[in-house]
Design a protein around this ligand. Structure first.
Ligand code: SAM
Length: 233
């Protein structure tokens, strides 16, 4: 996918629990990047850090056993905040998105914070990567039921046995429905946590972010979840 407009950037300081700060560059004005609102693939939602990404980043920084030796993939990474936080903790991180400009900016954000990440340009609808990861990060990407089917399949095939998918969202209906149906993808919810996030310069000053941890329910590899196929668990 081509992103034709050059991106004017602005600096953003992200505060993590415990006083650690991460410096990011994001788009100065997302509206400048809109070329065709009738095409959902061209909506530049990659160019900001969404509240869910802040919530997930806080959670990852404080809670999960993430560090050297762990392989992590962030899907629909956009600016890549949660993945970059994992890389700061020493994990081996792959940032994936279908938008090349998002990946370029995320990579530069990683570099500015003194770490390296691997980039993977992939579309969920034709996902080729067949690697397995200890953690898959999904910050505010389960918003479109048409796409959720593909994401469910990627979660299932890309999670290492014993691995975890972390889904973060600001109480989105489409995400809630995905979690309720996660058994269809061979996953089960093992943990749920709420995070209050305060952000300045956003639509609302405070967001409640839900973080779900999903794990493979059993040996569910190589199953076909494509439309029309039933997938009983
Ligand atoms: C709502 S944004 C969330 C960005 C980031 N995860 C965050 O929370 O700040 C959705 C992200 O998914 C990516 N995306 C949307 N459709 C996609 C697709 N079909 N394949 C791969 N990435 C996609 C967008 O480029 C964007 O970065």
């Amino acid at each position: 996918m081509e992103q034709l407009n050059p991106v004017k950037k602005k600096k953003m300081i992200v505060d993590l629990p415990g006083g650690r700060q991460v410096v990011f560059e994001i788009a100065e004005n997302i509206e400048d990047l809109i070329t065709d609102l009738s095409d959902e693939d061209k909506v530049p939602c990659w160019a900001d850090i969404w509240p869910a990404a802040h919530g997930l980043a806080h959670y990852l920084w404080e809670k999960e056993a993430i560090g050297p030796g762990k392989r992590i993939m962030e899907l629909g990474a956009g600016m890549g905040l949660p993945g970059i936080v994992c890389a700061l903790k020493g994990a081996e991180v792959t940032l994936s998105d279908f938008n090349p400009t998002a990946l370029e900016m995320a990579s530069e954000n990683a570099r500015q914070n003194g770490i390296k990440v691997r980039l993977l340009q992939e579309d969920w609808r034709s996902f080729h990567c067949r690697e397995e990861f200890d953690f898959i990060l999904a910050s505010d990407i389960l918003y479109d039921p048409k796409l959720n089917l593909f994401l469910g399949q990627i979660f299932s095939q890309s999670t290492h046995p014993g691995g975890t998918v972390l889904v973060a969202h600001p109480h989105r209906k489409a995400t809630r429905e995905f979690i309720e149906d996660s058994a269809v993808y061979g996953l089960r919810e093992v943990k749920r946590e709420l995070r209050e996030i305060e952000l300045t310069g956003t639509l609302l000053p405070r967001y409640e972010i839900v973080i779900h941890a999903l794990q493979p329910a059993g040996q569910q590899k190589d199953r076909d979840f494509s439309p029309g196929k039933s997938a009983s668990v």
